[in-house]
Design a protein around this ligand. Sequence first.
Ligand SMILES: [Zn+2]
Length: 267
Amino acid sequence: MILFSRRVAFTSALSAGLLSLAACTSSPLQRSQVVLYSEADMAARGSAAYQQMREETPVSEDARAIRYVNCVADHVVEALPVEVRTRYAWEVTLFADEQANAFALPGGKMGVYEGLLNVAINQHQLAAVMAHEVGHVLANHSNERASQSALRNVGFGVAQILGVSDATLQAIDMGTQLGVFLPFNRIQESEADIVGLSLMAQAGFEPEESISLWENMAASGGGRQPELLSTHPSPASRMSDLHARIPAAEAELDSAQALGRFPDCIR
Ligand SMILES: [Zn+2]
């Protein structure tokens, strides 16, 4: 019993320690967030994941497509606030893979899969996807997710020590997978949409094309939804959210064009 209570005390101290490390910040849209990790820590994780990805997934050999993807990525990065743009070594890899997907990692490493180029059929649509992915980075979403799972594991540790049955733990786990975290991910996805729409317009891409892009994406899903859509808001709510924000994005496009931002990326 002494051992038992010591373990509880230890785990509680660990939880308290983790909680006291947690910083409360806010997303670009002023939603408050709990993040446990430093930005440098997340950037290092992002770079490691990117490296691993480049080792495990074949890289495209289509020189034209690589140039095209780099062209769009450069314009998106160029529109970032200067402190974000210069903080990381932004870089994109085109992977030889048929899935219609893309990612951006903390630390500025990005990936596009060749299959995306069949769905995002022009530079504006590709920019919509890339700016959405960069939106996740700007809003610190990876840190938030990693922090949630760390906090959840601490909670599990306490429950196990207290002798909660395996069945109950499994039920809790299902709940967190299906109920607790899913709506939260959808909030993150909507945030990335909003931040991304603004970013693509600031880069000089046509914000209207984001609507066509998500329509193409939904249509391309067929029986199996592309991964990019799996936790995303329903197509209808996503479209109405985007529509509502197009006028503001058009104004940002005007300002970008006044700065001479007319991207001309040709595949
Ligand atoms: Zn997303």
